[in-house]
Design a binder for this molecule. Sequence first.
Ligand SMILES: Cc1cc2nc3c(=O)[nH]c(=O)nc-3n(C[C@H](O)[C@H](O)[C@H](O)COP(=O)(O)O)c2cc1C
Length: 454
Amino acid sequence: MTSEAVPHVPIPPRGVDYRNKIVLAPMVRSGELPSRLLALQYGADLVWGPETIDQSMIGTTRRINERTGCIEWSRLPSNNGGYGDNTKPSIIYRMHPEREGKKLIYQMGTCNPDRAVEAARLVAPDVAGIDVNAGCPKPFSTDGGMGAALLKTPDKLCAILEALVKNIVPEFGIGISVKIRILKDPKDTEALVRRLVRTGIIGLTVHCRTTPMRPRERAIRDQLRMVRDVCHEAGVACLMNGDVTSRDQAVALMAEYGVDGAMIATSAEKNSSCFRSEADGGMASWSEVVESYLRHAMDVGNKFGNTKYLLAQLVPGRHAEQVGMFKGHSYSDMCAALGYAHLMDKAREVDEALEIDPASLKRAKEELERQKRQRKAEANEARRLQRASNTAGSGNASAAAAGGNMAEARSSDQQPKRSLSERGPSATTPAVAATAAATVATEVLPQNAAGIAA
Ligand SMILES: Cc1cc2nc3c(=O)[nH]c(=O)nc-3n(C[C@H](O)[C@H](O)[C@H](O)COP(=O)(O)O)c2cc1C
């Protein structure tokens, strides 16, 4: 039976049908706005945003960034122990209404039905669906009872989904879905999925790994057909996830397992053109993907640190460009390192808008270096002068004596010794040493003088 022939729960008017979709997985850090735009550019049918914890969203202010056209939810950071700039709002979530709004699924981390609804209300008018993360194995999620911890508290997970279905679907007209992992015992997975599909959700993604499994362990697909059957009985779309690496492979796997769609994470993180079928051109070179990514990142004014992180994922290791990239402090630096002279004007514009000022930072560093070099040169010169004056004093006397002019030698030796204060400012004091050094440098060492004075 094709997925179209399977009865399906109604899709809310502003919602999206997950059937026949190959989608970008939710990825914290790697699934920010430019990565999603890149995935859409190469043919992803839908994109999941990175998990965002309900409590981070609650209390944010929504605003439209006039320059980029993005919608941003931001808030003032907490005190942070007195460190950092607490007066500048941090952007918690950002999306582009025209370029992804109808294809964006907002994923939340939550362990509380009321908070889930409160957070969902903030974004529901702008996105195409809301997904609950019930699969993240990381302690920051599970310690708070979120993510994969919800697989062990099905009552709570169902209560969250029911609250979202009851409050968000009628008011905002979008669907609710959930992303889970398989449990070790297929019977437990089945029991869980049977409960989940009765909550009113429109879709369920199953990551075919158990909670303790590491990402490099191969996905286990032997529960997939069972999960699909349970989903289909209830009319819920079933998406598979885990080791799906390209559109063509996804199409083949969907046919093999009879699931409605497939979700790609790590392969898309490395090269988003995995969403493009061979028939449409297949995988693009990393250099093409990197340039496209950088253009998207600059268009939306992505946070520079995130862009730099993503570029490091997209540029294969050991490439000379990467060496330059790691040292970069700005979009201009990145474009220079990658040899994108044609993007330089745009990069400077974005640096300015984001208040990244590489020129001043660079100037400051160069100035500090110059001062250090100058201090060293002055000290060396002062030492050299001191040595020269010592040699002049004793050396001439001995030379005169050696030449037989003992009277001159004696008179030279017999100069009354004066105290330091009598001699006036000593050439060994820093001020005089510096003046002397400068004089000698100008008169005796014109090349050095030019360098020092530069
Ligand atoms: C960098 C990274 C961040 C992730 N963040 C999330 C997340 O926010 N929410 C989530 O449900 N899963 C998250 N995952 C898991 C993926 O969505 C996906 O389930 C997993 O990587 C398996 O798919 P794959 O085999 O295609 O990589 C993340 C994975 C990666 C690599």
